[in-house]
Design a protein around this ligand. Structure first.
Ligand code: UD1
Ligand code: UDP
Length: 383
């Protein structure tokens, strides 16, 4: 029997980190011929992931522009993808998460009447403008997709509420598969700063911030809170790898340049990021991926947003929604910096998002759906 042609499509840093272990899984499964297509919605930040995970795409649409708009990303992806699908003739297309690449990839496959699988399906806030445009992207892909690989039972329940009950599998999140390959006790960073930080005696706070709905006033308030944290607590070292978006670069530098013990650095490679997270004291972020990774590494997270589509770690007590107001962010950070009991209560390793076997489950579910396996995989349970 001929192997199944499964095309993975991704374009941004987080999609790449979360699809990389799946591309690697396909490479060792003889029943599957993996085809890798990148849109390069992100260029440098994508290439960094491709290098770390040793991936060479079969197709590269190379669409990124400085300060690109949602319309240009979506239309360039859609047009480029049409040609790729006609050439590659996949049996199944897999998209990931909720970016513009995700939405355009799913739509392009649908136009070619190719079956679509959605990895990281079923995450919802219920607010179509927050996160923007991710909530609408993933909801629309939910309608297009034939197979839905949900990280958690909560995600499956979200789909069920929308009437989506067929082709749904609870697999865990592939980000935990990736994390298991990158974190090492003896890891050496490429910069002197990260190798020489005094992780044992200083409180190293890892920060990221990039969401579109935080552009403008919310990002300004976040930067003010971070500056206050650094100025108030002399034992804090704040490490902030700044996203390459010009909007974010400007906000971060305007808000934090000159603040004491604040290190604004280039984006980190995925393995550096994971190992820095494993050593830091606290994470403050509006990132989706960091909210999933930090709990697995036992690090408390203050989420710099008003809502989250990842409530599992909030329920487990290791992630806290801090909002985007300066006062609420500062007060929560102060509690974790100055009150050992508050810190200990949140610094527990929990694994609500996966056990490191999501890619094997997704692959087995695909093979079962295509009649190449007798049984569906056993679902992920957070236990
Ligand atoms: C995108 C996703 C968001 C995801 C984020 C991950 C959409 C609409 N948004 O947002 O869901 O959380 O990626 O980081 O899909 N840039 C570079 N080099 C890079 C990457 C970005 O220069 O390697 C700059 C470019 O000027 C680009 C800008 O950043 O125009 C914004 O990139 P874009 O993909 O539009 O938005 P993100 O905020 O990164
Ligand atoms: N990440 C990275 N380097 C950085 C910042 C983040 O490798 O400088 C990783 C992080 O560990 C996670 C993913 O990128 O796996 C999250 O991406 P991002 O925050 O850009 O997007 P989101 O998850 O919010 O969509």
């Amino acid at each position: 029997m001929k192997p199944l042609k499964v095309m993975t499509i991704f374009g941004t840093r987080p999609e790449a980190i979360k699809m990389a272990p799946l591309v690697q899984e396909f490479a060792v499964r003889p029943e599957i011929e993996g085809i890798c297509c990148v849109t390069a919605q992100h260029r440098q930040m994508l290439d960094s992931v491709l290098e770390i995970f040793h991936l060479t795409p079969d197709y590269d649409l190379n669409i990124m522009e400085p300060r690109q708009t949602l319309s240009t990303i979506t239309s360039k992806c859609l047009l480029g993808m049409e040609d790729v699908m006609k050439k590659a003739q996949p049996d199944l297309v897999l998209v990931h998460g909720d970016t513009s690449t995700t939405f355009a990839g799913a739509l392009a496959a649908y136009y070619q009447k190719v079956m679509v699988g959605h990895v990281e399906a079923g995450l919802r806030t219920g607010d179509k403008y927050s996160p923007f445009p991710e909530e609408m992207n993933r909801t629309l892909v939910g309608d297009i997709a034939d197979l839905h690989f949900c990280p958690t039972v909560t995600n499956r329940d979200n789909l069920a509420r929308e009437g989506i009950t067929r082709g749904v599998f609870v697999t865990g999140n592939t980000v935990i598969d990736a994390l298991k390959t990158t974190v090492r006790q003896d890891f050496q960073f490429s910069t002197q700063l990260l190798n020489e930080l005094d992780y044992a005696h200083k409180k190293v706070i890892l920060v990221t911030c990039h969401r579109r709905e935080n552009y403008g006033a919310p990002m300004h308030h976040i930067m003010s809170a971070l500056r206050r944290v650094a100025e108030t607590f002399p034992d804090v070292e704040l490490v902030y790898p700044v996203h390459l978006s010009p909007v974010v670069q400007q906000a971060a530098h305007e808000g934090l340049d000159g603040a004491p013990r604040v290190h604004l650095i280039e984006p980190l490679t995925a393995d550096e990021m994971h190992n820095l997270m494993a050593r830091c004291y606290l994470v403050m972020t509006d990132s989706g991926g960091l909210q999933e990774e930090a709990p697995a590494l036992g690090k408390p997270v203050l989420v710099l947003r008003r809502e989250t589509e990842r409530p599992e770690a909030v329920t487990a007590g290791t992630v806290c929604l801090a909002g985007t107001e300066e006062e609420s962010i500062f007060a929560l950070a102060r509690g974790l910096i100055t009150e050992p009991a508050a810190y200990a209560g949140m610094a527990r390793a929990v694994n609500p998002y996966g056990d490191g076997h999501a890619c094997a489950r997704i692959t087995d579910a695909i093979l079962w759906k295509f009649g190449r396996r007798d049984q569906p995989p056993q679902e992920f349970s957070a236990g």
